[in-house]
Design a protein around this ligand. Structure first.
Ligand code: COA
Length: 148
């Protein structure tokens, strides 16, 4: 597996992957932007099999989306993409990474916990179709986080 920054030629593959794995993710969010980093996981015989999108603001990073093609799950791609997102955020001098995830998304919650995220709150009924709470998670990228 190879993890690298997304290129313009990946756009169609990214949109197809998102349509299948994250239907509410807007295709416009794959547009290149200075404050956004999109990394793809590429498998030799299959091409792009996963992606992660990280948005940066000052010394904070937000993991906005992570998806792996259904046929290639449970092979470590999601964890590798999350690690690559951390490395990228550290290079940009971010001190903390945030994310929000559906309360029922046990696969993602488990992956994020194992990657080093901790739960710090929830947003009741944040998601629609179906209505659901968002679980708020964060991970310190360098020093310990202050208590909130
Ligand atoms: C969540 C998702 C990205 C995980 O990708 P993945 O490549 O399968 O994850 P990995 O193989 O790296 O798994 C790493 C760890 O996460 C946990 N995990 C992953 N999938 C899991 C599942 N279905 N059930 C329980 N734990 C799971 C496990 O602890 C796993 O380690 P293990 O395989 O050694 O037990 C993938 O299921 C996906 O694309 N889902 C749809 C989109 C989505 O929900 N994205 C997250 C919200 S933005």
């Amino acid at each position: 597996m190879n993890i690298r920054p997304a290129e313009a030629a990946d756009r169609a593959a990214l949109e197809a992957l998102a349509a299948a794995a994250l239907p509410s993710w807007p295709p416009a969010a794959f547009a290149p932007a200075d404050a956004r980093q999109i990394l793809v996981a590429e498998l030799p015989a299959h091409g792009v099999a996963g992606f992660v999108v990280v948005q940066f603001a000052l010394d904070e990073a937000e993991l906005q989306a992570l998806a792996v093609a259904a046929a290639h799950r449970r092979q470590g791609l999601g964890a590798a993409l999350t690690d690559a997102a951390f490395a990228c955020a550290r290079r940009r001098r971010a001190r903390v990474m945030f994310l929000e995830v559906r309360a029922s998304n046990r696969a993602a919650l488990q992956l994020y916990r194992r990657a080093g995220f901790e739960i710090y709150g929830k947003r009741p009924r944040y998601y629609r179709d179906p209505n659901e709470d968002a679980v708020l998670m964060r991970a310190a990228l360098d020093s310990p986080l202050p208590a909130i």
